[in-house]
Design a protein around this ligand. Structure first.
Ligand code: ADP
Ligand code: MG
Length: 484
């Protein structure tokens, strides 16, 4: 199937080919015809599967560009608003369609001016509600999109969203997109959608299956060393390191910087300007390790992220899915690596079950292994280097005083000078130890169930050691609030 099989306008078809899109992704194949025939839809697909174009193309294709706001896209964060706006602008500009972004933390005036000239408004719930309630704007969109609906509910935007809909026309086409479909989402869908068609892209069909999922078992105090060793070993072209708390983000940024990596990051306390600079740095390659909390990284669309590192295992399976979806985007392959302490093994098992995948467990390479690894990379690199005239001249000069073997030794020493590996030799648990830990966990679970029923099911974020089990639920929700 090709994009030209869809009944999209000529200018939109032109924009698609300008963007270099060859083939529609699975969610696009299913959603685009339904949207073109006028149905409301509720679509579930993992991140990175092309949902923006799935709603954007058919929506833009039907717009008149008559100066009124014809489409409204509601998204969870400012970053996402900007991203979606860029993508929609790119597809709509040949059709004369302008976009306006609306989010908090910036002056009203300019936003309101831009809305007056826009065909599509991309907004976060808070600011949009403000503008509508204070009657600063009045819009009458034919298309309304909720993008990343699960994230918005997670962030506590349910009331805002419901309120926003009271200001929108009854005659409209509503499109809801979400990576996951918890009950709250289905309930909201019932309220705001009209006889919706469901689009569900299962993992097997999604373009996003090429993420290798691994976990390493380490003691808590080994996390920093493990992270550095693994970054060194995996040599990611671009990596995101996920943390639970902003304090951790700051600490890891300085730790990884001190280890010589090019590091940036994001958390909720940053100024908007700072956030934009930070994201741009990651996108354009000035930074190749990006440290962030879940909330800060929501919807972040950066191409070519080769690795996602979970410094801590996330609180729930949904966050896990969102995090690993930052890699393996647009059909590329990626690796998702999670560090877990022995106490967190059962969280891994639960996530495996929820997500329906098996993660592989591996052992962190020792210092010696890593050095060997780097050496063979270097040998390969040397073998593949082309000899330059300057080099030939330099060797001639050196040969006045030195024999050829000495020269070779000197040059090799120079090349290997930075081939050092820090930290202790062995980090984390070996395969046998991990196997035993898992066996013990299964045994414990058996006896635990007899004693305490299914208490564990509600308490299984694994954030705290078992000793604090009875306090766990309370303290988890406390951390949740401070997560960003
Ligand atoms: P999602 O919203 O599902 O997380 P996005 O809409 O952000 O995914 O798309 C992820 C990336 O894939 C974007 O960079 C987008 O430009 C690209 N993309 C989307 N559809 C296609 C396609 N059919 N062919 C090639 N690239 C695509
Ligand atoms: Mg998206």
């Amino acid at each position: 199937m090709k994009f030209t099989d869809f009944n999209l306008s000529d200018t939109i078809q032109q924009a698609i080919s300008d963007a270099g899109f060859k083939e529609p992704s699975p969610v696009q194949k299913e959603a685009i015809p339904l949207i073109l025939e006028g149905s409301d839809i509720i679509a579930q697909a993992q991140t990175g599967t092309g949902k923006t174009a799935a709603f954007g193309l058919p929506m833009l294709s039907q717009m008149k560009a008559d100066g009124s706001v014809e489409g409204l896209v509601i998204v969870p964060t400012r970053e996402l608003a900007m991203q979606v706006s860029d993508e929609l602008y790119r597809f709509g500009k040949l059709s004369g369609l302008r976009t306006a972004t609306v989010y908090g933390g910036t002056p009203y005036g300019k936003q309101i001016e831009r809305i007056k000239q826009a065909s599509v408004v991309i907004a976060t719930p808070g600011r949009l509600q403000d503008l509508l309630m204070s009657k600063k704007i009045k819009i009458d969109p034919k298309f309304v999109v909720l993008d990343e609906a699960d994230e918005m509910l997670d962030m506590g935007f349910l009331d805002e969203i419901k309120n926003i809909f009271t200001f929108l026309p009854k005659e409209r086409q509503t499109l809801m997109f979400s990576a996951t479909m918890p009950k709250a989402i289905r309930k909201l869908a019932q309220e705001i959608l009209n006889d919706p068609k469901t689009v569900a892209i299962t993992k097997a069909e999604s373009t996003n299956t090429d993420i290798r999922q691994l976990y390493y078992v380490v003691n808590d105090r080994e996390r920093d060393d493990a992270l550095v060793r693994l970054i060194d070993f995996k040599n990611p072209s671009k990596a995101i390191v996920f943390c639970r708390m902003k304090m951790e983000v700051d600490r890891l940024i300085s730790h990884l910087t001190s280890q010589g990596f090019k590091v940036g990051g994001l958390h909720g306390d940053m100024e908007q300007k700072q956030r934009e600079i930070s994201i741009r740095g990651f996108k354009n390659g000035a930074v190749d390790i990006f440290v962030a909390t879940d909330v800060a990284a929501r919807g972040l669309d950066v191409n070519d992220v080769s690795h996602v590192f979970n410094y801590h295992i996330p609180f729930d399976s949904e966050s896990y899915v969102h995090r690993i979806g930052r890699t393996g985007r647009a059909g590329k392959s990626g690796e998702a690596i999670t560090l877990v302490s022995p106490n967190e093994l059962r969280t891994i098992k639960r996530i495996e079950k929820d997500v329906g995948t098996q993660m592989a467990t591996e052992v962190i390479p020792t210092k010696q292994e890593l050095i060997k690894n780097k050496e063979s990379d270097l040998l390969m690199e040397i073998a593949q280097t082309t000899i330059t005239n300057d080099a030939i001249e330099m060797v001639k000069t050196l040969q006045h005083d030195l024999d050829i073997v000495t020269i070779a030794h000197l040059l090799a020493s120079m090349v290997t000078q930075n081939n050092t590996v820090s930290g202790k030799d062995k980090i984390g648990f070996g395969l046998e130890e991990i196997k035993r830990l898992i066996e013990r966990m299964h045994q414990n679970r058996g006896s635990d169930r007899n004693r305490s029923g299914n208490r564990r099911r509600h308490n299984n974020s694994g954030y705290r050691g078992d000793k604090n089990r009875s306090n766990r639920r309370k303290s988890n929700s406390g951390h949740r609030g401070k997560r960003d």
